[in-house]
Write a protein that binds this ligand. Structure first.
Ligand SMILES: Nc1ncnc2c1ncn2[C@@H]1O[C@H](COP(=O)(O)OP(=O)(O)OP(=O)(O)O)[C@@H](O)[C@H]1O
Ligand SMILES: [Mg+2]
Length: 220
């Protein structure tokens, strides 16, 4: 079954001399359970595409369907709930809350949803990411790679239907990168989570089932 359908998507920022066409009439579909890698040069529109699929960035033109629903036609509240419960997003620049410690950052989506935190799952995730000995540290007390892991934990805690990851290994050494990829693969294979992952690393992209290449806001 199709989980994501993107139809004639365009995103234009600014106008006149400042105009940037970040996405230029993109269409594609993703089946449930796929593990997709998006590659392409810096500025080609990868993050913009991911944010548009996540419901975070309204396109200038075109549609994004989550199953059979056009997400930009949903009521604000409905879209918020979809994002909180079904979409796990790992941001390129982490977006951690500086005043919350590691476990509070990871459980934030659950707290925002006013649900009870599954402590066992939280412990499992922190253990897997090898940050359980940093539980009460604040983001500014962590290395870049550790912050990246917290951002990943925060996406996984909700047990999402789809994981959108923007360079999840961008700041990790090759050993940690490999661990993260194995984790994502496990999420994909065992929990049937659909994954869309941006990467600059061709070795990592090869771990995916399909590679989408972007250039100047288009799929090539
Ligand atoms: N909020 C914004 N306002 C104006 N222009 C923007 C904005 N966000 C992105 N852009 C522009 O849109 C284009 C695509 O940006 P995007 O962040 O999607 O690229 P990217 O492929 O993710 O690059 P990178 O690999 O460096 O992360 C770039 O030219 C960028 O300057
Ligand atoms: Mg980017």
């Amino acid at each position: 079954m199709k989980i994501i359908k993107v139809e004639n998507l365009s995103k234009i920022y600014g106008k006149n001399e400042a105009k940037v066409i970040a996405l230029n009439h993109i269409s594609f579909e993703i089946e449930e359970g796929e593990f997709i890698a998006i590659i392409g040069p810096s500025g080609s529109g990868k993050s913009t595409l991911l944010h548009t699929i996540a419901g975070l960035e309204k396109p200038t033109e075109g549609k994004v369907f989550f199953y059979d629903k056009n997400i930009y036609e949903m009521k604000k509240k409905e879209l918020t709930i979809l994002r909180r419960r079904k979409i796990g997003i790992i941001y390129q620049f982490y977006n951690l809350i500086p005043t919350l410690n590691v476990q509070e950052n990871i459980t934030l989506p659950i707290e925002l949803d006013k649900k009870k935190v599954d402590r066992k799952r939280l412990e499992e995730i922190m253990k897997f990411l090898n940050i359980e000995n940093r539980k009460t540290h604040l983001p500014n007390e962590l290395s870049g790679g550790q912050q990246q892991k917290v951002a990943i934990g925060r996406a996984l805690i909700i047990n999402p239907t789809i994981i959108l990851a923007d360079e999840p290994t961008g700041n990790l050494d090759s050993k940690s990168s490999n661990e993260i990829i194995q984790l994502l693969k496990k999420a994909n294979q065992e929990y049937k989570q659909t994954i869309i992952m941006i990467t600059h690393n061709m070795e990592i992209a090869k771990e995916a089932n399909r590679i989408i290449k972007m250039e100047d806001g288009k799929i090539v």
